[in-house]
Design a protein. Structure first.
Length: 144
């Protein structure tokens, strides 16, 4: 099984961007934890982060051609605005678990709009970076 971890805008700033909201763990640390877990579970994992919507969409298209089993997606702010990313995930038939580090439901009103949740296998919100590991475990159970 092969999984893609798709990280949207500003997630490269993890560990330094609003640590009171997103914590002190860096993106590199999240990736290392997921790599270790993937090794334990005997699955392949690839990480991709971009601050550009089109790059994320292109990577979803590539995942279709590469027969990626499923994805973990933290689209960041694009969760609330990107019909195009949603269309790519649906159109490429890429199953995914949506992850948000903070509880987006308890934040600003504009974060209440979620364009991905209804097409995701499930959503993990507000559990910090642990949400990524929970998502990987869930995907392995589902597709294993």
């Amino acid at each position: 099984m092969r999984f893609l971890v798709l990280q949207g805008p500003n997630l490269n700033l993890l560990g330094t961007r609003e640590p009171s909201v997103y914590g002190a763990t860096t993106l590199a640390e999240v990736e290392a934890r997921l790599d270790a877990l993937a090794g334990e579970l005997g699955v392949e994992i690839e990480h991709f982060q971009s601050n550009h919507e089109g790059d994320l969409i292109d990577r979803v298209h590539e995942a279709r051609e590469e027969a990626v089993t499923a994805a973990i997606v933290n689209a960041g702010g694009l969760t609330h605005s990107s019909v195009s990313l949603r269309d790519a995930l649906v159109g490429c038939e890429l199953p995914f678990v949506e992850v948000h580090i903070s509880n987006v439901h308890a934040r600003e009103s504009f974060r209440q709009r979620n364009l991905l949740a209804d097409v995701a296998i499930g959503s993990i919100v507000g559990l910090g970076v642990d949400g990524y590991e929970l998502a990987l475990r869930a995907l392995v159970r589902r597709f294993g």
